[in-house]
Design a binder for this molecule. Sequence first.
Ligand SMILES: Nc1ncnc2c1ncn2[C@@H]1O[C@H](COP(=O)(O)OP(=O)(O)OP(=O)(O)O)[C@@H](O)[C@H]1O
Ligand SMILES: [Mg+2]
Length: 202
Amino acid sequence: MVNDPGSLPPYQDKQSLRNEMAARRAALTQPDRLAYDRRLTDIFCAQTFFRDAAAVLVYLAFRSEPSTDTIIETALQAGKLVAAPQTRRAGPIMRAFRLTNLQDVTVGEWGMREPRVVVEEPIAPEVFDLIVVPGLAFTLRGDRLGYGGGYYDRYLPLIRQDALSVGIGYEFQVIDRLPAEPFDRRVDGLVTPSRVIACAMD
Ligand SMILES: Nc1ncnc2c1ncn2[C@@H]1O[C@H](COP(=O)(O)OP(=O)(O)OP(=O)(O)O)[C@@H](O)[C@H]1O
Ligand SMILES: [Mg+2]
């Protein structure tokens, strides 16, 4: 039932879809969440696009977002350059700061964890080979619904053409259609606890 995309109306406005998806995600039981996150992480870390990436930008999970902590630890152990986003109300562009361990984080303006930045400069978007993108809903063709700040919509045009953007979500977050506006950026791929989806770019 939870995994049935047909249980959602084919089209909802962005805000009602955000509310519905956030509620469904928050309603996951802790054992389900742990099991899903473990499967998702195992699948993600086994992918060639992850193994081959030298530099990765990975979100730090907020509220009921799928945890990326093990992805980050695996990347650090493999010697990759790892960064996480910092967002500020005052600046519409997300910035990426290096993360050398998962403890080196602080809580930012929106209540999200972010790298504890002391003196380092942000890492330029062109440095990254792989960007791990959060979302409240996705489609098979890579359409994405975020929290509504437009931060990823503004950041993704700045990454290299050959870099990959990969969304992470639970199965019920992959739906048939979602409202997309001209500025909405698609992701190149999706990983869920049960599959990897290469999004068709038609
Ligand atoms: N490239 C852009 N330049 C300027 N404004 C933009 C751009 N992309 C998006 N926006 C603005 O951001 C706002 C939020 O966009 P949207 O509702 O798609 O957010 P979202 O994709 O859910 O959020 P996020 O990307 O932070 O997860 C919109 O009002 C839009 O005008
Ligand atoms: Mg958008």
